[in-house]
Structures are given as structure tokens and as C-alpha cells.
Design a protein around this ligand. Structure first.
Ligand code: SF4
Length: 183
């Protein structure tokens, strides 16, 4: 959906760029939690996410959106950070399910994280345990609105606040030993 004032608040070039971007979303679904089971129905003929320009990407470097589909162990978080840092700007993150918001039913687990946004920037949360395909498509629609408005710029914010994110990441991942990403 295009808001009436989108064209007025952006230059024409940015407006067209964002319009194209929001209809060409390549998604890397990182199936960390049980919610991933809703994705096949979302992406296939029943709900047909591709009619909205949403489709799967094969590698992080080809992906626009990283979809984290539920709870994250600290071990998996390390891989998720690595994947996120390999994605090219502009890049977006969707936190899928209650577990990415506050830990969900695993909130007091000894080895899962409670809030994804402490470690990588999250553009949109889709709440629920687990969210149905309608909710997933509504979440993507919200992301598309942010892209059209030029408000989805968390990749840049991640670089600008890398020290804060690194401190949080290293606090919980004891065995860090990853190369520091070179932008
Ligand atoms: S939010 Fe619910 S469905 Fe999603 S990963 Fe957590 S427990 Fe599983």
C-alpha cells in the first residue's frame, strides 16, 4: 500500500527505488524454532507469498530479509550474526514468533536468548506462538510499508552502533572466535 504523502517526502528516484525494493523481497528463512512449519504454506499455492514479491533466497549475499523463525540458542545466535553480517545493504530482519520478542515459553531457559533485538536490529516482529500464514503476510506488508517510506535502514544503524551490538553479543557468546566483519 502506498501512502499519499510518500512521493512528497522522498525524491522521485528514492521513491521509485523503494517501490521496486518492496516488491522484490528475497528472504532467507533461518528455521531456528517450531514456527518455521508455517512457511511452506505461506510460500506455496495456498497463500502464495510470491504474488506480493516475496520469495526465497539461496544464500545470505542474495537475501534482503533474514527471517528468524523462533527461539534461538546461544550457539545458533552466533551463526545468525554471521549470516546477518554477510547480507548486503539494504537488509531487513523479521523476528517471527513470541520467542524472538521476549523468549516466549523458553524465557527462563539456560541457553536461549530472550530478545533478538539486543543482538541484531529487528525491523518487524510478527507475534504469536506460532504465527499463522495470514499473520506472516501481514508482517511482510508492514515491512513493505517501511521500505516504501524509506524507514527501513537498520543495516546502517547496525554499523553505526556496532560496538553496542558487539558488547551484547560477546557477553552471551563465550566462544566468540569469529572474524570481525569488514564493511
Ligand atoms: S514462538 Fe512458539 S512456535 Fe515460535 S519458536 Fe517459540 S515456542 Fe515455537
Amino acid at each position: 500500500m502506498i501512502e499519499a504523502n510518500d512521493k512528497e517526502t522522498q525524491g522521485v528516484v528514492d521513491y521509485i527505488k523503494n517501490f521496486i525494493r518492496k516488491h522484490s523481497i528475497f528472504m532467507l528463512a533461518y528455521g531456528t524454532g517450531c514456527g518455521a512449519i508455517e512457511l511452506p504454506a505461506t510460500l506455496t499455492s495456498r497463500y502464495d507469498a510470491e504474488r506480493l514479491g516475496i520469495r526465497g533466497a539461496a544464500t545470505p549475499r542474495q537475501a534482503d530479509v533474514l527471517l528468524i523463525t523462533g527461539y534461538l540458542s546461544t550457539k545458533t545466535l552466533k551463526r545468525v550474526i554471521r549470516v546477518y553480517e554477510q547480507m548486503q545493504d539494504p537488509k531487513y530482519v523479521i523476528g517471527f514468533g513470541s520467542c524472538t520478542i521476549n523468549g516466549g515459553m523458553y524465557f527462563d531457559s539456560y541457553n536461549t536468548i530472550n530478545s533478538l533485538a539486543q543482538y541484531i536490529p529487528v525491523d518487524i516482529y510478527i507475534n504469536g506462538c506460532m504465527p499463522r500464514p495470514e499473520a506472516i503476510l501481514a508482517g511482510f506488508e508492514e515491512l513493505q510499508k517501511k521500505i516504501q517510506k524509506g524507514e527501513a535502514d537498520n543495516g546502517t544503524k547496525y554499523q553505526e552502533n556496532i560496538e553496542w551490538y558487539r558488547a551484547n553479543q560477546k557477553k552471551i557468546i563465550k566462544n566468540w572466535r569469529m572474524p570481525d566483519y569488514n564493511w
